[in-house]
Design a protein around this ligand. Structure first.
Ligand code: NAD
Ligand code: APR
Length: 234
């Protein structure tokens, strides 16, 4: 059992942390899975059936994410690094945490800024650029978004679980905790850790968490101010 590190904070985030930057969530009203069938655009079956539809879906999301700006929640999370060792474990595929200044970000569902060969698995950075059909990796394999689709294996799971298990503080923000196994990560937190979740709605709030039911840009800075004050007094 890893020993608890009071100076370590893990932030586990979902699409709600980027909502006020103008990026859609998935299951809220107006969410992506209210507009699109995830089976068609976020699954290996969809890619096999119509890769150009999947490519266009992610090219549009990559374009929107590149145009978005980090918000006060992303910036507050980055500010924690003044006094704490901070690891951000995110289900998000945008790079708003990085652009706000978070130095250690683990993406469990992949990243829009990267592509990989559909057969070679060779990963390459595309930044904000669209991926075209016919665009190949260095080994001649069609480039696809480097995103974890439904039915594919989540990335960096054990690493993320280990970070959470030793964190003295865990902040969960902007996720409905409805997609597994990513959502199960919150249960790796120590009973004695300071645990806070920020979200408007949660079907089943995790045990032992303080639940702040409000906007990430309002609630996250409040939590960060409290933790920074505690650190300054310690
Ligand atoms: P899942 O079945 O694990 O999803 C968990 C829960 O979410 C299930 O109860 C399911 O009913 C529900 N769910 C799944 N997709 C949904 C959707 N689009 N809208 C509403 N509810 C939905 O998903 P899975 O197919 O078993 O995926 C398992 C693997 O796929 C995991 O590794 C996961 O990380 C990955 N994944 C990737 C994405 C993505 O869009 N990148 C999304 C979810 C899961
Ligand atoms: N402030 C705080 N919380 C918010 C805000 C906001 N401004 N806007 C939305 N939320 C909350 C909602 O209350 C909800 O609990 O964010 C959560 C968004 O949940 P989902 O739409 O389910 O998104 P997420 O949890 O990130 O989905 C997980 O599912 O399809 C996959 O790969 C996709 O990574 C994604 C995963």
């Amino acid at each position: 059992m890893a020993s608890l590190n009071p100076r370590k904070i893990v932030v586990f985030s979902g699409s709600g942390v980027s909502a006020e930057s103008g990026l859609p969530t998935f299951r809220d009203s107006g969410g992506l899975w209210r507009q699109y069938a995830w089976e068609e655009v976020a699954s290996p079956e969809g890619w096999r059936k119509h890769p150009e539809v999947v490519q266009a879906f992610y090219n549009e999301r990559r374009h929107l994410a590149a145009a978005a700006q980090p918000n006060a929640a992303h910036r507050a999370i980055a500010a924690l690094q003044q006094f704490f060792e901070v690891v951000v474990v995110t289900q998000n595929v945008d790079d708003l945490h990085e652009r706000a200044g978070s130095a250690r970000v683990v993406h469990v569902h992949g990243e829009l800024a990267y592509a990989r060969g559909e057969h070679s698995g060779l990963r390459q950075r595309v930044g904000a650029e669209p991926i075209q059909m016919g665009q190949l990796c260095a080994k001649g394999s069609q480039l696809r978004p480097d995103i974890v689709w439904f039915g594919e294996s989540v990335q960096h799971f054990e690493e993320s679980k280990a970070h959470i298990a030793e964190a003295g503080r865990l902040l969960v923000v902007g996720t409905s905790l409805s997609v597994f196994p990513a959502a199960s990560l919150v249960h790796a937190a120590a009973a004695s850790a300071d645990k806070v979740v920020v979200a408007f709605e949660l079907d089943s709030p995790p045990d032992g968490f303080d639940w702040l039911r409000g906007k990430a840009t309002e609630c996250v800075p409040q939590v960060v101010a409290r933790w920074l004050e505690e650190a300054a007094r310690a």
